[in-house]
Design a protein around this ligand. Sequence first.
Ligand code: FAD
Ligand code: NAP
Length: 321
Amino acid sequence: MTTHHSKVLILGSGPAGFTAAIYAARANLSPILVAGMQPGGQLTITTDVENYPGFAAAIQGPWLMEQMQAQAEHVGTRFFADTIVAVDLKARPFSCTGDSGDLYTGDTLIIATGAQARWLGLPSEQKFQGFGLSACATCDGFFFRDKEVAVVGGGNSAVEEALFLANMASKVTLIHRRDKFRAEKILQDRLFANPRIRVLWNQVVEELAGEANPPSLKKLKLRDTKTGAASELAVDGLFVAIGHDPNTGLFKGQLAMDAEGYIVTKPGTTQTSVPGVFAAGDVQDKVFRQAVTAAGTGCMGALEADRYLAHHGQVASVAAQ
Ligand code: FAD
Ligand code: NAP
């Protein structure tokens, strides 16, 4: 076992983690960043990113994250391809145990562990995961070329998944439990203008059915949320796009969280209930959940960590450069 110590320890390699690393490194704090099981975070499972400032043309999510990593390393971040499996926030320095067996300690800690896709919670989902059921059209859409697929959800993700799938599938049915989307208007306009996509309003998926051996999804059992009527929909694939859960299981009992498991931060700051521990990005934000807001709070986390260290006499404060 090797111990790696830093003044600023950052967990997560999404926009929040890398931005925190860039600011902490440029403040001469020589941060350590532990990347986790999804290096680059959620943007690595999408294609076009059109709303991250600084790029007139659409850029690719994975490319953007490669650039953030390169920038963070260029200014002095120490990058570790490890996943934290246990934390101790009572001890000082804070300590985090990696899957590799290595120990990471930090005088301050910035948690930027983001969020992950939510599933419907049906027993039959497990049977068809990877056999017709997916939560990532970018990853699995190719397998449904000229086939009929459905998407569940009513937010930006669901509408984007449906639009992406319409480029390859013969037919896309978007199933939503209400009669109104929460997706942005511009995305809705594109959706309604696409002849390959139809919307089933007020419907929930109650069961996935198909062949057992090898598993192959064939149909969805639906229920109308207004009338209670049951129906079936023949599909080759189902994409679940119903939101995300924050990756906060590690910190349960050690940090204040809200009812949905998001880390609570003091308004206008990234300060958590434990002094010296900061939280940035989707792990503490269920309202905006954007790359640019994650990056913004990552910046805040690093600046606050710097000020905390200066206040506690551990390092001379270096202003944001
Ligand atoms: P994430 O990107 O979720 O990254 C979390 C990081 O934490 C990962 O690197 C993971 O490996 C790491 N981690 C987790 N657990 C551990 C652990 N135990 N130990 C160490 N590390 C850990 N936003 C936009 O602004 N524009 C878009 O076009 C856009 N498109 C999107 C498309 C899709 C399909 C999705 C799902 C999201 C999209 N978003 C978009 C939202 C955006 O991706 C997120 O808001 C953003 O990535 C959040 O950044 P984050 O740094 O908080 O966390
Ligand atoms: P979201 O905005 O939380 O939407 C989740 C959708 O799934 C909602 O419509 C919800 O229905 C539905 N849903 C939730 N649980 C369900 C269940 N058990 N059964 C059926 N339906 C269920 O999540 P998201 O679309 O993944 O977006 C997450 C964040 O990322 C958002 O902030 C979004 O703006 C951002 N994002 C941005 C972009 C972009 O800017 N281009 C792209 C993707 C994502 P209700 O509406 O009834 O609650």
